[in-house]
Design a protein around this ligand. Structure first.
Ligand code: AMP
Ligand code: MG
Length: 318
């Protein structure tokens, strides 16, 4: 009887899961961590640990810091890499192979040449085609070598993890939360999102897709043990003679990719979703459709512009 009373009392006093969240600046964007747990003490430790992880990943993967590991690789060309950098390079090469080079982290000289990284982004005319052609010559993911824990790149190559670093960071931050026993969480690193479990009320985590042309959204997606990534032409771009040139570059032509205006991918991990969204953006709706049809576990929606309006170019599962 006494035991029965204790069980009833214990269940009466077992705390309801509470929501915890924190936002920090990292990897060039806003990073947001949200989760539910009954254990307040664990929650604070998990949040501190997740924020420390973001800072650490920033020190490895950001090309904006000359002291980062990827910047050292760009200077030294051969590097014994951290497990995180190795993971970024390996996952990138996988999507490069899958997309036949549409995704290519050696695209950096082209991104620099177009001026997408300048503080005051302004460009009123196209760059000289000979200079673009020259920069293309140093872009080729097939020349990146991973040997044991070393990464080796050619002398004239510079790599840029901008198309995958935030996605990988979302995966790694989520792994950190899981280690602390968190089972219901949403991690958002600059728009690259991973969700695990459901909310305590049984609902999925809902994430919106931005309308690429006007304030507002096009769609809300429910996520549960899934990641979602969007690549678009509406945040970093130049208008030259009325045409939009955005920061995602076709490595073969050296020109900003045309065709898609926004690509959203839902997949089982964020590094993959992030790189694939960039790759699909480069491929354009037609070639992307052919690729996406071969990937059964991937959901996607591609927006295009038709007669000045946002239209669905292709969608699969979304
Ligand atoms: P995202 O917003 O994930 O599509 O990433 C865009 C960023 O990825 C750009 O700002 C560049 O740093 C980098 N990038 C641009 N073009 C490519 C490409 N073809 N392959 C890989 N990374 C790219
Ligand atoms: Mg990406």
């Amino acid at each position: 009887m006494a035991v029965m009373h204790q069980i009833i009392l214990a269940s009466l006093f077992l705390a309801e899961p509470c929501s915890y969240s924190r936002s920090v600046q990292g990897l060039g964007s806003l990073c947001e961590i949200t989760f539910y747990t009954e254990y307040e003490e664990t929650a604070e430790i998990a949040l501190d640990d997740a924020v420390a992880k973001i800072k650490y990943l920033d020190s490895l993967l950001s090309i904006f810091s000359p002291a980062s590991e990827v910047s050292r690789l760009n200077t030294e060309k051969t590097l014994q890499a951290s497990p995180e950098l190795l993971r970024a390079v390996t996952a990138s090469l996988q999507v490069s192979n899958l997309s036949h080079g549409a995704f290519d982290i050696s695209v950096n000289p082209l991104v620099e040449l177009w001026g997408f990284y300048r503080k005051k982004r302004k460009r009123s005319e196209l760059p000289d085609s000979e200079i673009v052609k020259k920069a293309c010559a140093s872009v080729d993911y097939r020349k990146i070598v991973v040997k044991g824990d070393s990464v080796i790149i050619p002398k004239d190559m510079m790599i840029d993890l901008g198309g995958i670093a935030q996605g990988l960071a979302a995966d790694i931050v989520m792994e950190t939360l899981r280690k602390h026993g968190i089972r219901s969480a949403l991690v958002n690193i600059g728009g690259e999102v991973m969700a695990i479990g459901r909310k305590p009320n049984g609902a999925q985590w809902h994430v919106a897709i931005k309308d690429p042309r006007r304030p507002g959204i096009t769609k809300v997606v429910g996520l549960e043990n899934q990641s979602m990534s969007t690549s678009g032409d509406y945040e970093k771009f130049f208008m030259i003679n009325g045409k939009r040139y955005a920061h995602i570059i076709d490595p073969r032509s050296g020109m900003p990719a045309q065709g898609c205006i926004s690509v959203t991918i839902v997949a089982e991990n964020t590094a993959y979703a992030d790189a694939l969204a960039t790759a699909v953006f480069v491929l354009g709706p037609k070639k992307a459709e052919a690729l996406l049809k071969t990937l059964p576990d991937v959901k996607a929606i591609i927006y295009v512009e038709k007669k000045g309006r946002v239209d669905i170019g292709y969608s699969k599962g979304l």
